[in-house]
Design a protein around this ligand. Sequence first.
Ligand code: ZN
Length: 359
Amino acid sequence: MTGQPLPLIHIGGTPREMGLDFGKARRESILHMVANVKTFLGQTYGQIRLTWPEAILQAHKYLPFAQELTPRYVEELRAMAEGADVAFDDLMVLNCLEAITTDALHLLGCTTFVATEERTAEGRVLIGHNEDWLPADESDVFLIHAEPEGEPAFLAMTYGALLPNIGFNAAGICQCCDSVYPSDVRIGVPRIFVSRAVLAAQTISGAITAALAPHRAAGYNHTLVHTSGEAYNVEVSARHFSLMYAQGGILAHTNHYLSRRMSRLENDAQHLIGSRVRYFRAMRLLRRTHRHNRETLRGILSDHVNHPNSICSHEVLDENPLDQQKTVCSLIIDLNEREMHAAWGVPCENEYFTYRLSA
Ligand SMILES: [Zn+2]
C-alpha cells in the first residue's frame, strides 16, 4: 500500500466502455469504499441522521440534474456499477456524498498551489496538491490513464468509486479541486459530475465555463492551469463564482473562500481557521524562491507547521469521525512534461513515483 506506487488503470473508448473497465479493474476498492461510507454514516448518525436507504433517496433527487446536464458521466457511472457488479444507487450515494450529508464533512481539507514559469527553475508550470480525505479510504486511491472517445486523453487521481476530477489532460489543462462550504446549496448537478466534465475541456475558458455548469448543486474551488502558465482559482457556489488570477507566478487554495464576495456565503467561517493557516503557510513558502522545482514543491507538500492540521495532514485517532482526515495522496504535476508524480499517503513518509500521459 503506502510507500508503493499507486495502482494505475488504463481505460478508454465510449463512456460505457470506460465505466465497465473502471468497474472491473477496481471492484475491490469500490466495494471497500461503499462499506466505509456505510460505516461512516452509522458512526455519525447522531450528527448527520442519515441511514443508507435515506442516503439513496437523497442521492436520487440529484440524478435528474446530472442526467440532463452531464449524461455522459452518468452513463460512465452506470457502467462502472455494472462492471463492478454493485448497485448504481450505492455509487450515486458516494458521488453525491458531500451534498447529501449537507456538507457535514466539514473539516475535510486539501491544499493546492501553483508555481508558473516566472517562479520555477527551467520555466516549468508546476502544480502541487495534497488530497485530504477519510483515512479509511487511503487504500482505495489509484490513478487513471484515460483515452475517452471524443475528448482529450487525461491522467487523473481518484479513489473508490468516485468519478475522476483531479489531474490534467492532453489539451494541457490541469484541474485540482478543494472543498469549500457555500450556504446557497440546492438540489442540482453534484460537484463531482461538474468537475468530471472540466477534465474534458480543450481551453482554459472552456474549463472555467464547465466549472460554472448551470443548475449545479454547490461548488468547489477549481484551480485551473494551462501549460502556457495561465492559472486561476475559480471559486464556485451553487449560484455565484469568483475568478482569481495567479499573481507573480504563484497561486494557492485550501478550503475557505478567498474572495470577499464568496466568503459572505460561508456560514461557519470559524470552522475554517485551519484552512486559513494552511493557505498563508503555502503562500509564504511559495514566495521563498523564484526557482521552484519538484523538490521545493515536495517540501511545501510535506510541511508540518500547525500539525496535525498542517499542509501534510496526519490522522488524529481519538477525534470525532466527522473531523478525521489525513493526506491520502500527494501530487506534483509538471504540465510541460505531461507528468504526474504521486505519493501514496502522507508525502513526508512516502516516495513519489512518476506517471506520464502518453496519448
Ligand atoms: Zn507529514
